[in-house]
Design a protein around this ligand. Sequence first.
Ligand code: SF4
Length: 167
Amino acid sequence: MSKDISYPPEKHFQQTALLPGLRNWMDEDIYEIGRNFSLLNVDFQLTNECNYDCIYCSSISGKKLENELKLIEIQSFFNTCKELKVKSITLTGGEPLLRKDFLDIINFLNKNNFKISMFTNGSLISEEIADTLFKNKVAICLKLDALNEKSYNCLTRTNDEFDRVFK
Ligand code: SF4
């Protein structure tokens, strides 16, 4: 018996209907991505530098690396992403907010119509940063390791970040 492999895969769309934010994304973009054999998303590690020292950190972050990319090199990379019809960029680290040119990067991505998401430990989100992230429609994946200070400090190997992050 032959299998029906018609596109778009409606069954998959139904499964994602539980996630309203993704529903539009899937309906609008996946079909085009499949037809063009292009990429939906690129994860980009902005820096290895981090103000945390989590016991489980998979990128062994901490110190900034000597050869981290400059703003102009990052912009050039994202221009290539645009040519390749990449739809969204996910910024990771280290802690992305430690980059002094972080807001320039966000503005550049927004000007070039990328959907933007980022991973952050949240400790450096000031009101100004929060406002900019909101205005640029940046989706945040905020890392909250524990709901009590003792566990949080133990997992992140920090001493005084708990209150700031939960504020
Ligand atoms: S906050 Fe993230 S990048 Fe920083 S040490 Fe923890 S897990 Fe690693």
